[in-house]
Structures are given as structure tokens and as C-alpha cells.
Design a protein around this ligand. Structure first.
Ligand code: M6R
Length: 619
């Protein structure tokens, strides 16, 4: 969702525009439909903003180049209140003297009332946004108190909702003030220059030293660094950290798009997530969790909450965690969990999965769970983000920055982290899998090489994707851990190629979905390993026969050496043999590549699909 950049640097350099524009380019992946910048120029603020992609803003700036400036803010907007127009784009001016500009991520829930009040006082609004209301309030407050930090403090007291706000005022050059509540904002600490960003990507080209802010805090940046206060005015400290990836990691590295690069990063993402989880004797050690072992032993129910792809990772985890620990495990979409009365208590372990750590639905569900007494472990890919901070403990995935809107390497890393957590719980609690945890870890250590094998042999998948560019509907079938993989395959195709796609539990086929099968209907089938228990493999082979008999075109993902599928498959895509529970780490990969290739073949923007944002920071 909206991307936010703020910058204060030395006067002599005057490079605010360059830094802010680079930050906006690095935040493009978050998804947006308009963009703008505001720079302090003498005794006023100069604002340029345009609907559409950054290229439109760059064009406008080229036509009327602003003077050099050392202080600026920039914004990429994902429309909520009001369509994606030049007027609704941020920054918004406050007051009539052209001295104050404000940008915003989030939603101000009480903006209607505030707006009516201001209209009653004669204020004329130029946009339909909630943001402009805040800009006007801030300008009024500034006129009274003469200090941007204090003015911001007074204004946020009247706001409800979730927000990150950044403001500049021409009377305070060399200052940017930010505020955050339930919405992301991090500080970058450079040498004589200071940055603000929705995430560290905004300033990773300049510094890897960052400061994590807490909730309900206001930060004021100058060339000297950052000072922080709480909304009640008391001083606060940020948590300093070093970003363990660099600008190169956030670039395409020779691939045509970020998604392709991230798909190929997956062996590393999984290997890095597994790194350092066992001691010399092979026992799992999760010091990072910092949770009382007795408390974990007492857990009698696990609830996984997440959205989108992360929720599918949770569905895979359920099969493994229940099998290894014998603790009942539920998986629920975070936004559904949040607005009902779930049965959780102090013996419930809630696992919140989020790549970004900023998904508002998941964040709200985390707060809900903690309020009900549950302990919450976050599985997250982004240091310094909000969800780990609001949880009792965190297990980081080490997938590196995920830039493409479609989640790929984060998915495999999330599944891996869930396996680690499940095995750790099994080890802690004793029982059958306590002893086997080490053996499963060994299997897991072999997975990066197996993922690489899949990546090395994808020409056939690419070929079918290009051949199917005009397809209007694709179905995906799977059973057991293959079911969430089917859902994920369908989600990838929907979001990237805008094709109708649905994933089904193969066992559900005859309960309705088989009616969709007609001649030529493409169906991907994720076949479980022939070594699966309870005759699962044979059941899915029967499902393939059933749809083939009704004219479906079957594209089958099956283990090397599984010859049973061959007579009923139009295409067979091979993956290496794995223990059945670990199979999603390989079977997902061809589906990711299929969606990516097909979208590219249709000429679509693979990294920034329409209407989507990388992290959904509003409910
Ligand atoms: O950052 P999160 O993992 O919390 O994001 C959750 C979903 O919004 C995300 O996985 C989304 O479904 C992706 N676009 C899927 O590719």
C-alpha cells in the first residue's frame, strides 16, 4: 500500500529530490496508483503530484524542475478515499499560505466528522481524501503553536484509525515530522542525513542503519538524527538495528522481473531460514523465540492466523504440526478471526504468519488474540515491522526482501519456519516425533537442493504457460498438503494473469466442482508421493482419471518415478521425491513459474499486478 519517504540532508548537497525519488522507486513494489513529492523551497513548499505511475511524476518534474532542496517528502498512493486522480494524490497542502505539506498511509476513520467541522469553519477542500483533512488540522495547529512536532502531537490526539503521517513546514527547513499508529514507519540513520520510510527499502541505497519506532509515536528528523516522543508527549527511544541485506538484494539481478528473481532465490530463502536452528547434536534450538518452555509444553491448542499466501502456508503447517505434535491446530483468515468470538485462552498458542509484518488484518487479529489471553508467536520476514513487535515472540524467516507483489520465496520460507516450530514443539513435549525431529530436520536440509532441481528443469512449464496465454479458466486440484498448494497455484494465476482460477481439495471434486469440467478445461493436479499414507496417492490418480474421462486437459505435478499418472496426464511435470509432508516446498515452484510466465506472455506487469498492494496496511 502507500509508500512513504522523508529526507533531511545537508544544505550544500540539496539532493532531497534525488533521494526521495529513488526511495519512491524502491517502494513501487508496494503497489500504488499515483505519486507526488513536496520539497521545502525558500519560504514555501513546492508540491508536484500526478495520477498513474512514477513516470508521470518524473515527466511533470522534468517540465518544471524544482530548485535544489535539502528537505523533502514523497508518496506513492494506493487509493482508498477518492479515486486515483492528480487532486487526490499526496502530498496535500494545509492552510492557504503554501507552507505545509502532508502525506499519509492508512485510513482516518473519523474524517467525515472532522471534515464537516472544517467546512463549517469555511475551509475549502481540493480533494476527496481523508488526508487533506489532517493537513488542514495540522496547519491550524501549527499556526497556534509554531512548532511542527507539537502541532502533530495535538492533531493525532483527535484522529482515530490507522495512520502514518509525514509533514514538512517551510518555516522549519531541515525538519520532517512523522507520526505512526498501527501503520509502518522506520527511520534510516545516515552520516549527516536522516531518512524516513514505509520500510527500509526506501533508503537502503544510502544507509543500512535503521531505527524501529513503537506504536503511537512521533519522530522528528533533522541532519543530526531522530528524536522520538510518545503521543502523550513523553520522550521515547527507538530500537536501533542493522539491516542484513543491501541495495543489490532489492534489485532484479539479471532477471526480467522481481518475481522471477525471487522464485529463483528460493533455495537460499529456505536454506537461510533453516540456518542455525540446531545444535552440535542435531537438537533444535530456538533461542530466538525467548518463550518459556514450560508455557510451550502446556499449550493445548494452536491457531494459525494469516491472510492470502501466508494463510496457505499456515494450512500446510497444520498438517505437519498436528502430525508431529498431536496438538489440535486450526488455521483461520486473520480478518475472520478478528471479528468473531474465538475460543482461545492462555493455553492457546496463536501463530501469526506475515511476510511484511504490517498486514493490518493480521495485526488486528494478533491484538485480539492477546487480549483474549493467548500467547502469540509471529512468523515474519521483516525486521523492525509491527506484527513481531506486537507479538510475544518471533521466529524470523530469512528470505531477504520480497519486492514482487506476488509472494513466492516468503511462502516457502514461511512453510519452513512452521516446520521448524512444529518440530521444536514436538521435541519439547516428548512423544513419537521428539526423537524423529532430528531426522526430519535432515530431510529439511536437503530441500534447498531439491528446489534447485525443480528450478533447473522448468522449460516445459514455461512452454505450456506461453501456449495457454489465452486460457480463460484454470483449475487446481490437490489433497492433504497438496490442497493448500492448489489454492496457492490458483491465487498466483488470479493475481498475476487475471485469469479465473480455482483451487479445490481433490476429494471435494464429486461434491460439485466436477460440473465445471468440460472438453479442454485445463486442470493442474498436485499428486502426493506414492509413499504417502492411507492410499492417498491412488485416490488422486483416480481423480485424474475422473476428470480426464470428462475431457479435462490434465497437467500433473508428480514425483520422479511415479509412472501411475502417465496414462492419464496430458503433461507431466516432475519434482524430486520428498517426504510427503515436505512436498509443498517443491510442488509449489512450477505453479509459481507457470503464473509468472503466463502473465508475462500476456504482456502484464508481473511485479505490480493491477489493484494489488504488496502489504495491505488497511483493514
Ligand atoms: O505480508 P503478508 O504475508 O502478511 O501478506 C499477506 C497477503 O496479503 C499476501 O500473501 C498476498 O496474498 C500476496 N499478494 C499473495 O501473493
Amino acid at each position: 500500500m502507500c509508500g512513504i519517504v522523508g529526507y533531511v540532508g545537508p544544505k550544500v548537497d540539496g539532493r532531497a529530490l534525488e533521494v526521495v525519488m529513488e526511495g519512491l522507486a524502491r517502494l513501487e513494489y508496494r503497489g500504488y496508483d499515483s505519486a507526488g513529492v513536496a520539497l521545502i523551497a525558500g519560504d514555501h513548499v513546492l508540491t508536484t503530484k500526478r495520477a498513474g505511475k512514477l513516470a508521470n511524476l518524473i515527466g511533470a518534474l522534468a517540465q518544471e524542475p524544482p530548485p535544489e532542496s535539502s528537505t523533502g517528502i514523497g508518496h506513492t498512493r494506493w487509493a482508498t478515499h477518492g479515486g486515483p486522480t492528480d487532486e487526490n494524490a499526496h502530498p496535500h497542502a494545509g492552510g492557504e499560505d503554501g507552507k505545509l505539506a502532508l502525506i499519509h498511509n492508512g485510513i482516518i476513520e473519523n474524517f467525515h466528522g472532522l471534515r464537516s467541522g472544517l467546512i463549517g469553519e469555511g475551509v475549502q477542500f481540493l480533494s476527496e481524501t481523508d488526508t487533506e483533512v489532517v493537513a488542514q488540522l495540522l496547519a491550524r495547529s501549527y499556526d497556534k503553536v509554531g512548532d511542527l512536532t507539537e502541532a502533530m502531537r495535538q492533531v493525532v490526539a483527535d484522529l482515530t484509525g490507522a495512520f502514518t503521517l509525514l509533514a514538512v513546514h517551510a518555516d522549519q527547513p531541515g525538519v520532517v515530522v512523522g507520526a505512526r499508529r498501527n501503520s509502518p514507519l522506520v527511520v534510516g540513520l545516515g552520516d549527516g542525513e536522516t531518512f524516513l520510510g514505509s520500510d527500509v527499502a526506501a533508503f537502503i541505497g544510502y544507509t543500512r542503519e535503521a531505527l524501529e519506532l513503537g506504536q503511537d509515536q512521533i519522530v522528528t528528523i533533522t541532519t543530526q538524527g531522530a528524536s522520538i516522543i510518545n503521543f502523550d508527549g513523553t520522550p521515547a527511544e527507538g530500537k536501533r538495528y542493522h539491516v542484513d541485506w543491501d541495495a543489490a538484494a532489492a534489485e532484479k539481478g539479471g532477471f526480467p522481473n522481481f518475481m522471477a528473481k525471487e522464485i529463483h532465490d528460493q533455495p537460499h530463502a529456505v536454506a537461510d531460514t533453516l540456518l542455525g536452528r540446531t545444535d552440535g547434536s542435531g537438537r533444535l534450538v530456538l533461542d530466538e523465540l525467548r518463550m518459556d518452555e514450560a508455557e510451550l509444553r502446556a499449550v493445548d491448542k494452536i491457531v494459525i492466523i494469516a491472510c492470502g499466501t501466508a494463510a496457505y502456508a499456515g494450512m500446510v503447517a497444520k498438517y505437519a504440526i498436528e502430525h508431529w505434535t498431536r496438538i489440535p491446530c486450526e488455521v483461520e483468515l486473520a480478518h475472520e478471526f478478528r471479528y468473531r468470538d474465538p475460543v482461545v485462552n492462555e493455553r492457546t498458542l496463536v501463530v501469526a504468519i506475515s511476510q511484511s509484518g504490517e498486514t493490518m488484518d493480521t495485526l488486528m487479529a494478533v491484538k485480539h488474540a492477546r487480549k483474549l489471553g493467548a500467547r502469540v508467536i509471529a512468523i515474519c520476514n521483516t525486521h523492525g515491522s509491527t506484527i513481531p513487535r506486537e507479538s510475544d515472540a518471533v521466529l524470523y524467516t530469512h528470505a531477504g526482501p520480497e519486492i514482487a507483489v506476488a509472494s513466492t520465496k516468503a511462502f516457502l520460507a514461511q512453510i519452513t519456519a512452521c516446520y521448524i516450530l512444529g518440530l521444536y514443539l514436538a521435541q519439547l513435549r516428548g512423544g513419537t516425533y521428539a526423537d524423529e525431529a532430528q531426522a526430519v530436520m535432515k530431510d529439511l536440509y536437503e530441500m534447498p537442493a531439491k528446489i534447485q532441481t525443480v528450478l533447473d528443469d522448468l522449460d516445459r512449464v514455461r512452454e505450456i504457460a506461453r501456449f495457454m496465454a489465452d486460457t480463460r479458466s484454470v483449475l487446481f486440484l490437490g489433497r492433504h498438503v497438496g490442497y493448500p498448494v492448489a489454492l496457492e497455484g490458483a491465487l498466483k494465476l488470479k493475481e498475476l494473469a487475471y485469469i479465473h482460477a480455482e483451487g479445490f481439495a481433490a476429494g471435494e471434486l464429486k461434491h460439485g466442482p466436477i460440473a465445471l469440467i468440460e472438453a479442454g478445461q485445463p486442470v493442474f493436479v498436485i499428486v502426493p508421493s506414492p509413499s504417502s499414507e492411507h492410499g492417498l496417492h491412488g485416490k488422486v490418480v483416480s481423480n485424474i482419471q475422473e476428470i480426464r474421462a470428462r475431457g479435462a486437459r490434465t497437467i500433473v505435478i508428480a514425483e520422479e518415478g511415479d509412472e501411475d499418472v502417465v496414462p492419464f496426464a496430458d503433461v507431466v511435470i516432475r519434482v524430486p521425491a520428498t517426504p510427503p509432508l515436505l512436498a509443498p516446498l517443491v510442488t509449489t515452484v512450477p505453479l509459481q513459474v507457470f503464473a509468472c510466465e503466463l502473465a508475462a506472455a500476456k504482456g502484464l506487469d508481473v511485479d505490480q499486478p493491477r489493484n494489488l498492494a504488496k502489504s495491505v496496511t488497511v483493514e
